[in-house]
Every structure is written in structure tokens, then in C-alpha cells.
Design a protein around this ligand. Structure first.
Ligand code: ZN
Ligand code: FE
Length: 266
């Protein structure tokens, strides 16, 4: 992000985060699943909504589009909805594919589009590589300590998608769409009980959650050290996967496949 803009979480439903990108005048919303909490935010901070960015088609990410759009139209605010080309998104004005750029002129921000099939077939992320603080809006692909369920993609697709994210700068702040961290870390600790960075991180997360504070954003640097789904190449993770499933080989893809299945039933 640039120095004049900031990113604020708007809580929705039980554990969703709708990300607000704002310079105190203009506003862009990422995955507004619920219009009412957004309208509340807009009016409380006296902002002008001019862009909606969608990562994938699930209703907890898209449910607010229609109402926000007509809210803007009533106020005669021009509004643009951005979303993945390969998914059916209501009122999708600009259909995006890998390497497209979204220019939010009013916010002086440009975002790169990254294709991330796995959770859904057409899932995308938005990446800003500006100045000293790169930021990633990755929907339901990467969570702190976990990754999205494979509703429409194969383990290999998801592994490829996560590998793209691992290759972003380590300082990248990761704005995921759910507060799933605590449950994810319970599983991560089962896979890697001896990972001291994970043990320490888990303790910090428990402290934050006890005070009902957000654990998001996380960072690529942290996730590489603690997230089992980014660590399928590690011998410790491979050993755990083989213990869970004797048929698994000591390969990255086998390990990823097994721990994704294991987490589904955890
Ligand atoms: Zn989803
Ligand atoms: Fe979701």
C-alpha cells in the first residue's frame, strides 16, 4: 500500500473479514459478503465507495454487491465491480485474469491479479507491491495456519496456487477473508508439535483471541514458518503425513494431499 492509504477490517457474519482500503475519502471493499456492515462503515467514516473487489463466487464474499451497488447509484457515485473472469459474479463490470492490473485511481493504488484455482476454479487474489509494504488480498486461498478447502480444485492446483503466494516478498502482509487462525493452529500443532516458531505463534494467537482481537493480517514470512500447507516439502510434515496415511510417499504433493484430507476430518 502507499503511505496515504490504510487497510481496515470490517467484521461480517461470524468470522469473515471484509477489507476496506481507504485514504479517508475514497473506499474500495474486498469481498463484501454483507452490505449492511459496509454501509454502516461508509456512513460512520463518511467515505465514498468507488470499487468492489471480489476474489471468488461464494455468497459470504459476494452477497453484498447488489445492495452496495444500488446504494452507490442512489447517491450517484460511480461504482466498479471487479472480479474473476472465470466465475459467475453478480454485476461483475471488469472481468479479471492472471497478470491483469486493477488501477484504483482515487486511492492511487494498483493491484496485480493472481490466478489461484483450488478453493474454487476461478479464484483470484489481488496483490499490491507498492513501497515498503506489499499487501495481498487472497480470499479463501491462504489463511493463517491453513488454506481453503478444495471445493472445485485438485490438491495439485491448490499446491501450485499456494506456491505462487510463497514466492511473493516475505514482507507481504496477508489479508485473508476469515478468522480461522486458532482452529488452524490446533491442527498445525498436531502435524508439527516440535515446531518452536509455531508453538510461540500459537501462544500469541491465543492471547489475541482471548481479547477478541484479530490475528489477521499475517505475513508470508510467518506463514512459511508455521503453515503446514506451505510446508509439505519439510521432512517433519512429510513424516506426520506418512504416519496418518501409510500409503503416502515422502513427496510434496502426496504430503499436501494427505494433510488437506486429514484437516477436512480433523
Ligand atoms: Zn469461499
Ligand atoms: Fe469464505
Amino acid at each position: 500500500m502507499n503511505s496515504s492509504s490504510k487497510i481496515i477490517a470490517i467484521k461480517a457474519f461470524s468470522d469473515n473479514y471484509i477489507w476496506a482500503i481507504t485514504n479517508n475519502k475514497s473506499l474500495a471493499l474486498v469481498d463484501p459478503g454483507d452490505a449492511n456492515v459496509c454501509i454502516n462503515f461508509i456512513e460512520r467514516h463518511q467515505l465514498k465507495l468507488d470499487a468492489i473487489l471480489i476474489t471468488h463466487h461464494h455468497p459470504d464474499h459476494t452477497g453484498g454487491i447488489e445492495k452496495l451497488r444500488s446504494y452507490c447509484q442512489k447517491l450517484q457515485w460511480p461504482i466498479t465491480v471487479y472480479g474473476p473472469k472465470n466465475e459467475n459474479i453478480p454485476f461483475n463490470d471488469v472481468k479479471l485474469i492472471e497478470k491483469d492490473t486493477v488501477n484504483l485511481a482515487n486511492l492511487n493504488i494498483s493491484l496485480q491479479v493472481i490466478d489461484l484455482p483450488g478453493h474454487t476454479a476461478g479464484h483470484i487474489a489481488y496483490f499490491s507491491n507498492k513501497e515498503d509494504e506489499p499487501a495481498l488480498f487472497c480470499g479463501d486461498t491462504l489463511f493463517s495456519g491453513g488454506c481453503g478447502r478444495l471445493f472445485e480444485g485438485s490438491p495439485q492446483q491448490m499446491l501450485n496456487s499456494l506456491t505462487k503466494l510463497v514466492n511473493l516478498p516475505e514482507s507481504t502482509k496477508v489479508y485473508c477473508a476469515h478468522e480461522y487462525t486458532q482452529a488452524n493452529l490446533k491442527f498445525a500443532l498436531t502435524v508439527e508439535p516440535e515446531n518452536q516458531v509455531l508453538v510461540d505463534y500459537s501462544q500469541r494467537v491465543n492471547e489475541l483471541r482471548a481479547k477478541q482481537q484479530a490475528t489477521i493480517p499475517t505475513s508470508i514470512k510467518v506463514e512459511k514458518q508455521i503453515n503446514p500447507f506451505l510446508r509439505s516439502h519439510e521432512p517433519t510434515v512429510q513424516a506426520s503425513a506418512m504416519q496418518f496415511d501409510n500409503n503416502a510417499q515422502a513427496s510434496t504433493i502426496d504430503t499436501f494431499t494427505v494433510i488437506r484430507r486429514w484437516k477436512d476430518q480433523f
